[in-house]
Design a protein. Structure first.
Length: 133
């Protein structure tokens, strides 16, 4: 058993088993679900900039149901001047009609202190993100 950066790591027979938080369960936070974002066809800030915010996951669904695909980029940043900031890309998505995708970054999440933006390239989508504020 090793302690590194406040996280206990258990090693059995030389195999890493799982990082275990050294925080008591009562001190750990639950992720919150961002408000529903439906029928998005333009760049949208999903969550404003917040110090120490972590993205725990996301789900996106093509909502127009047409033969055309929806193409979106999930970005670290917010809408400025009508467009998502040209900041770090979190994920690229291309969805078929009525298609969906999801991703989890548990247990630690991704640091996103500059906010989270959905850059809609084409199509229409519904999107939710899961954050630790």
């Amino acid at each position: 058993r090793f302690i590194a950066s406040g996280i206990a790591i258990i090693v059995i027979l030389g195999i890493l088993v799982w990082p275990i938080s050294s925080q008591p369960i009562s001190d750990q936070k639950a992720a919150t679900i961002d408000t529903a974002n439906t029928a998005l066809t333009a760049d949208t800030t999903l969550e404003a900039a917040t110090t120490n915010m972590r993205l725990m996951g996301w789900t996106v669904r093509e909502s127009a149901g047409t033969a055309a695909v929806a193409t979106v980029i999930l970005r670290h940043g917010v809408v400025s001047g009508g467009n998502c900031d040209a900041t770090a890309v979190i994920d690229f998505l291309e969805l078929t009609a009525n298609g969906s995708a999801r991703q989890s970054y548990a247990p630690l999440g991704l640091a996103v202190p500059n906010g989270v933006c959905l850059d809609v390239i084409s199509g229409e989508v519904d999107a939710n993100i899961y954050i630790l504020p």
